[in-house]
Design a protein around this ligand. Sequence first.
Ligand SMILES: Cc1cc2nc3c(=O)[nH]c(=O)nc-3n(C[C@H](O)[C@H](O)[C@H](O)COP(=O)(O)OP(=O)(O)OC[C@H]3O[C@@H](n4cnc5c(N)ncnc54)[C@H](O)[C@@H]3O)c2cc1C
Length: 324
Amino acid sequence: MSNVIITLFSAAGYDRAAQGVAGAGRRLADQLGAKLHAIVIGEHNPMLNTSLAAVADAVVSADQAELAEYQPEACLAALTELCKRISPAAVLLSNDTYSQELAPRLAHRLGGSAVGDGVSLAVEGGAIRVQRAVYGGKAMATIQLKRSPAVVWLRARAFEVPASVSSSVATVAATSVTIPAATTKIVERKSESTGEARLEDARIIVSGGRGLGGPEGFEGLKELATMLGGMNAASRAACDSGWCPPTWQVGQTGKKVAPGLYLAVAIRGASQHLAGMSDSKIVAAINIDADAPIFKHCSFGIVEDYKKVIPLLKEKLKDAERGA
Ligand SMILES: Cc1cc2nc3c(=O)[nH]c(=O)nc-3n(C[C@H](O)[C@H](O)[C@H](O)COP(=O)(O)OP(=O)(O)OC[C@H]3O[C@@H](n4cnc5c(N)ncnc54)[C@H](O)[C@@H]3O)c2cc1C
C-alpha cells in the first residue's frame, strides 16, 4: 500500500490552511488507496496532534529541542528522514513561507518532483496530477509529476477541510531524528505584530498600491480596514517602496488571498498582482484611471482620486454604525 504524507508546523496550529492540507491529504490518500501520515514539526502541540489524529491514519510528532524554532536546515533534515521512513507517493505542505522554502529541497533529497501553489489534486491512471494557475492567473496548467514522490505545496483555502473525521483515532507517536550540526546561525528574529490573524484567512482586505503616493496614504486604509473588521494588504510596488511591511504583499511573489471582499485602492491590476487575489469573492477598486486593468476584474469600481473616496467611505460607515 502506498502512503501520502501531510507536513505541518506546530506553531501554525490547526488553522484553516492546515485543515485544507489535511482535507486534501485525506482525499488523495483515499483516491490512491493509501495511508495518510501526518508529520508535525516543531514544539509539542497536543491540540494539533489530536485534530490530525482524527483525520490521518498515523501522526508523527518531531518535537525535539532543535526543531522548536524554525531553522531550515534542521527542518529539512527532519522532514527528509521522516519521509524516507514512510516512503510516500506524495508529500503535501501548506503554502506558507517555510514550506515554500523547504518543498523543492525536500523533493530533490527524496528524488521526487515539486510543484507549488496547487489548487486541485487528482489521480488519473494511478498518476498524481496537480492543477495550478500560470501566466499570473490567466490560465490553469495541469501538471503530471513524473518522479515520485510528488511534493506539492497547496494554495491556502483552495482545499476543503476534511469531510468527516475517521471513526478510529490514530495514535500520535513522538519521534526523534538526526539533526546535523548547523552551518548557519540565526542572528536575530524580527516578528511583526499582526496579532493572531493571517492575511490568507482574512474575510475583508483593504489593499493599497503605488498610487497612494507614500506611506501616509496607508493611514486612511488602516482605519478603513479596522472599521470593516478586515486587514490591510498591498501591491509589490507599495511594499518595495517601504510604505508598508513586505508581509502585506499580495501576488505572484507574495501572498495568495481569497477574502469575501478585496478592495484594491490605487492598484493598477498587473497580472502578477491579480495572481494573488483573483480567488476573492468580490473585488472592488478605486482608481483615477478608468482604463486601469483592475476594473476588468472587479464587481464594483470607482473612478476617482482615493483621497476623496476613502474619507467618504469612512463617513458612510460611521453613519451606518450610528444608524443614520
Ligand atoms: C516576476 C515578477 C513578480 C511580481 N510579483 C508581484 C506581486 O507578487 N505582487 C504585485 O503586486 N506585483 C508584483 N509584480 C509587480 C507588478 O508587475 C506591478 O509592477 C505592480 O503590481 C504594480 O503595483 P501598483 O499597481 O501598486 O503600481 P502602479 O502600476 O504604479 O499603479 C498605480 C495605480 O494607482 C493609480 N493611481 C494613481 N494615483 C491615484 C489616486 N490618487 N487615486 C486612485 N488611484 C490612483 C494609477 O492610475 C495606477 O493604476 C511582479 C513583477 C514581476 C516582474
